[in-house]
Design a protein around this ligand. Structure first.
Ligand SMILES: Nc1ncnc2c1ncn2[C@@H]1O[C@H](COP(=O)(O)OP(=O)(O)O)[C@@H](O)[C@H]1O
Ligand SMILES: N[C@@H](CC(=O)OP(=O)(O)O)C(=O)O
Length: 438
């Protein structure tokens, strides 16, 4: 039996946290493949080492460089000293400094957080250090290559019984370091678990599993005992940062469950993420998540319905500008496109004039500062009146709903509200389904 265990930055922020992690690994001999993140925040105003590394790299030729570098070094030295290890990272820091000055790449810079923490973890546990640059492969365009990676991981780790593999990065064939997007160590853990076909992927963090909603919005929300991969993907895509949205695919393909556990409360069961379950969720909904910072582009044109190719032409404009869309609710003569505001802001004039040229609409209107909220649940399909309850709760809270979209999976309902209504809307929906259960 073997497990892959990933520890997030919050679990590795200090020597004290490392000791908890060491105890967890030693308590179960099947925890043989360890994926660490970079040291995270020790307290809420603290800075993650990954963010220090980005800042340090950008300041490589400025006066402040040495100061930020010293801060990074001291974060690691504090851990090494606290664990009473004889390890020295001096050589690694020399190479790092040299490469930062040569500006070899921002992703290389960010990856050093996990690399150095992996070195400490391997020394602390007595496990073999395996650099993911050897086996997590990105193609020439920077896209992750699942097939080659799977083969390389299986080959490299075949005879390694206990290994530490730093999270968050890999490399192109020419050795250039590439990272996943932020929070991407979750993906590394999932890739290693899938390639080694282990029994379980444990993902250790600072909360006791996936909660019905974000604990930063609702204090102490109920936790979810079992959730399906599909439900969690919807929630993590929409903002439940407890697991990276792309961490589902590699384990799901191999049918490996994920167990989200709390490093600070290892005795708690946490959340199991599985393909399917006969366990009935305790509430009609499984979870609520959401994100702020969207804008909507409303387009009206008489007889739009008869104009074949209208939607394609509009979307082509977005494609040409490299902008992705989130939702497109439509009417007979209208369509509205929801887009990330920061992506849109850079190109707004090109997009608006492009749409004018492409489809000559009668009217267009841009609305900014919108939030999208996803209400997700496998139980929603079989329960009548779910939408009515959502909208009654929002109406009672005096929240104006700007958009409604039932996902084609019938697993979710998305509502759009103004940014300032985001938290009150989540609270209202949580209350009606979880607190009062009316
Ligand atoms: N639905 C949710 N359930 C649990 N945690 C959530 C949820 N939504 C957001 N979070 C946040 O996710 C955090 C854990 O993810 P993250 O900060 O990436 O941890 P780590 O450093 O362990 O990778 C929690 O501390 C919590 O604030
Ligand atoms: N250290 C990286 C990758 C990561 O996954 O971190 P964490 O496990 O702390 O979310 C980041 O900050 O994005």
């Amino acid at each position: 039996m073997k497990k892959v265990v990933k520890f997030g930055g919050s679990s590795l922020a200090s020597a004290e946290q490392f000791k908890k992690v060491g105890a967890i690994i030693r308590a179960d001999g099947t925890r043989r493949y360890v994926v660490p993140s970079a040291p995270g925040k020790r307290f809420s105003e603290d800075t993650k080492v990954t963010d220090l590394l980005y800042a340090c790299y950008r300041a490589a030729n400025e006066e402040i460089f040495q100061k930020v570098l010293a801060e990074i070094k001291s974060r690691y030295q504090e851990i090494i000293d606290g664990l009473e290890l004889s390890l020295s990272l001096e050589e690694d820091f020399k190479i790092l400094e040299d490469n930062f000055r040569k500006q070899i790449g921002e992703e290389y810079a960010a990856s050093r957080g996990e690399y150095l923490n992996g070195k400490i973890m391997a020394a602390y546990l007595g496990y073999t250090f395996v650099d993911p640059a050897e086996m997590i492969r990105f193609d020439g365009n920077g896209q992750f290559d699942a097939e080659i990676t799977e083969a390389l991981v299986a080959k490299r780790l075949k005879d390694v019984t206990e290994a530490v593999v730093p999270g968050f990065y890999g490399a192109k064939e020419n050795g250039e370091i590439k990272t996943f997007s932020r929070g991407g160590s979750d993906i590394t853990g999932s890739i290693i678990a899938g390639a080694l076909d282990v029994e379980l992927y444990e993902n250790w963090t600072d909360v006791s599993g996936v909660m019905v909603t974000d604990p930063r919005i609702i204090p102490n929300p109920k936790s979810i005992d079992t959730i399906t991969y599909r439900e969690l993907r919807e929630l993590s895509y929409m903002g439940a940062t407890v697991l990276h949205e792309d961490a589902i695919f590699p384990v799901r393909k191999a049918g490996i469950p994920i167990n989200i556990k709390n490093t600070n409360a290892p005795e708690e069961d946490g959340t199991m993420i599985v393909e399917d379950t006969c366990k009935k969720p305790p509430y009609t909904i499984t979870g609520i998540a959401g994100k702020k910072g969207f804008c909507s582009l409303f387009i009206e044109k008489s007889m739009m319905n008869a104009e074949i190719g209208f939607g394609r032409k509009v979307l082509q404009v977005l494609e040409e500008q490299g902008i992705s869309f989130e939702h497109i609710p439509s009417g007979i003569d209208t369509m509205t496109i929801y887009i990330h505001q920061d992506e849109f802001a850079e190109k707004e004039q090109q997009v608006i004039s492009g749409i004018h040229r492409a489809v000559n609409p009668d009217y267009m209107e841009l609305e900014t500062d919108l939030a999208l909220i996803a209400i997700v649940g496998r139980g929603m399909r079989s329960n009548r009146g779910t939408a009515a309850r959502i909208f009654a709760a929002l109406a009672h809270a005096n929240i104006n709903v700007r958009m409604i979209d039932q996902g084609s999976s019938e697993l979710n309902v998305i509502v759009g509200v103004k940014d300032e209504d985001f938290e009150p809307a989540i609270r209202a929906i949580y209350d009606i389904f979880v607190e009062t259960q009316i």
